[in-house]
Design a protein around this ligand. Structure first.
Ligand code: CA
Length: 373
């Protein structure tokens, strides 16, 4: 080791000791609070943030995942970024989460980007669009295909910064009071279905209704809606939709993957030190991965329960019906490009990525499953 390197190491080591000692003493170890210096105050500043969610309290996967994210950020930051979670309706109604964080009434929200379609038609591209990409493709587009840059551009218009923070995997098509035999069965159908898929249903002759999770079961019970999608076997079992009908269709065309977002007030995010920003980013990445595993495992168990204990018929849509829905979806999704310059950029980026990724499908997971089962 050269003399220079050795002395540099010594300097760093002693600087580390000084910093640690500085932190201890300014923590008031001696009982006498000390006035922190400029750098010490930057290191030591604590943040108390509110995280609002669109999910019912402790809802499996979605709510518990958001809580795990908050807990992990707190632990990783050693309590410097302390996040208190509010379930949908506790601080603000679920669908007001976006505006609450824009207005800094809370600093973060956990939700699905397609809930904000009325703010901008391209919001769903960062959550789920009908006929879209599966989780692995979607993650790849956001992380490596330019998706995050476009997401940042879109959300910065609203004073927000977003991260992927969860994924349900491919969702089910939903629960229907009557069997679906042809496209005609969608005519006059009142269904809870969000995002761009609402327009697909409307073009099939149905009427789409937007409801937060907690309001679906009462609407189905009262006959206000004839059908609903929610997530998949695990979450749908928790809501008890099987008590109303036994016809459960899947996969849905509308959420081949459903990315959940952790979105942050941009000024609040920018006020964080670089290490806390990294903690938030990495905690969101961890949750994005963790939640998909949890859904994959829990959906398998729950599907067996629905079939064996609750006598649910788990069915595919007839092929022709599925194809019709996909064709309409492709039109609805493409039309978002007409909304503006950024909308076109988002659609083109997403569409080109998907096209190229699908050329791999016969040779990756899809090819393997098709050929091996
Ligand atoms: Ca859904």
């Amino acid at each position: 080791m050269s003399k220079n390197k050795l002395s540099r190491r010594k300097i760093l080591k002693s600087a580390g000791i000084i910093t640690a000692a500085g932190i201890l003493s300014s923590c008031g170890e001696s009982g006498t609070p000390k006035k922190p210096g400029k750098s010490a105050s930057k290191i030591k500043k604590n943040y108390d943030w509110k995280l609002v969610t669109t999910w019912p309290k402790n809802f499996p996967g979605l709510g518990t995942g958001a809580q795990r994210l908050a807990d992990n950020i707190k632990k990783m930051s050693d309590g410097r970024l302390n996040i208190k979670l509010f379930a949908g309706g506790e601080l603000v109604p679920p669908f007001e989460s976006f505006d609450a964080v824009r207005e800094n009434k809370a600093q973060m929200f956990h939700a699905s980007p397609y809930y904000w379609i009325n703010k901008n038609k391209s919001m769903p591209f960062f959550g789920a669009v009908p006929g879209g990409m599966i989780a692995q493709e979607h993650n790849a587009w956001i992380n490596y295909g330019g998706g995050q840059v476009l997401w940042d551009q879109l959300y910065s218009e609203f004073g927000l910064k977003s991260f992927m923070a969860g994924n349900s995997g491919t969702q089910m098509g939903g629960w229907f009071l009557n069997k679906i035999n042809s496209e005609d069965d969608f005519k006059g159908l009142k269904m809870r279905i969000p995002g761009l898929a609402a327009e697909v249903l409307n073009r099939m002759g149905g009427t789409a209704v937007a409801l937060p999770g907690g309001e679906i079961m009462p609407a189905l019970q009262s006959g206000a809606i004839d059908a609903t999608e929610w997530v998949g076997p695990w979450n749908d079992l928790a809501f008890g939709f099987y008590k109303i009908t036994k016809f459960y269709y899947g996969p849905g065309i509308h959420e081949p993957s459903s990315v959940l977002e952790c979105s942050i007030n941009l000024d609040a995010y920018n006020s964080l030190t670089d290490d806390l920003k990294t903690i938030v980013k990495v905690a969101c990445e961890a949750e994005n991965n963790r939640m998909l595993s949890e859904f994959t495992a829990a959906n398998s168990d729950a599907q067996q329960k629905l079939i064996n204990e609750h006598k649910v018929e788990v069915l595919n849509f007839p092929k022709r019906v599925f194809k019709t829905m996909i064709n309409i979806s492709n039109d609805v999704v493409a039309e978002t490009a007409n909304e503006g310059k950024l909308n076109k950029k988002i659609y083109d980026s997403w569409n080109n990525f998907k096209k190229i990724a699908r050329l791999r499908s016969p040779f990756n997971e899809q090819g393997f499953i098709n050929l091996s089962s």
